[in-house]
Design a protein around this ligand. Structure first.
Ligand SMILES: [Zn+2]
Length: 132
């Protein structure tokens, strides 16, 4: 564990992540309830009844186009909270180095330090082009 975050910083970031998680959940819940899609309409009753935790599980199993962006972020936030609980939050997935707290504050779900992120995005773009 190489996280350089002070306990107080981590606590602040965790609170921000939990708040983000709750508001994303509320957005997705609203999307599902108000959606005209048949599948979402069928789910709306279930969505109204389940608790937030089961809703998250339910949502992760779904693939609803109109909530995709929120879902993706929801998964990212969930994963970040998971990293906090196992003590790897703030540690770059790629190089194992610490992710600066300024970067985490600006981008709560950051998985990589900036140099690794830049490299990752370059690779992604190149692979994307090559596969076309
Ligand atoms: Zn890195």
């Amino acid at each position: 564990m190489t996280s350089q975050l002070m306990p107080q910083q981590q606590a602040t970031l965790k609170t921000a992540l939990l708040n983000r998680f709750q508001s994303l959940l509320a957005e997705v819940r609203q999307d599902l309830i108000t959606s005209d899609e048949d599948r979402a309409a069928l789910l709306a009753d279930r969505v109204r009844d389940v608790g937030d935790e089961s809703l998250a599980d339910l949502i992760v199993d779904l693939d609803l186009a109109d909530t995709d962006r929120d879902l993706e972020e929801l998964r990212d936030v969930e994963a970040a909270l998971g990293r906090i609980s196992v003590g790897t939050y703030g540690t770059c997935l790629k190089c194992g180095g610490p992710i600066p707290v300024e970067r985490l504050t600006a981008y709560l779900t950051a998985k990589r330090c900036q140099p690794c992120q830049r490299m990752h995005e370059q690779n992604f773009v190149q692979k994307g082009r090559a596969s076309l």
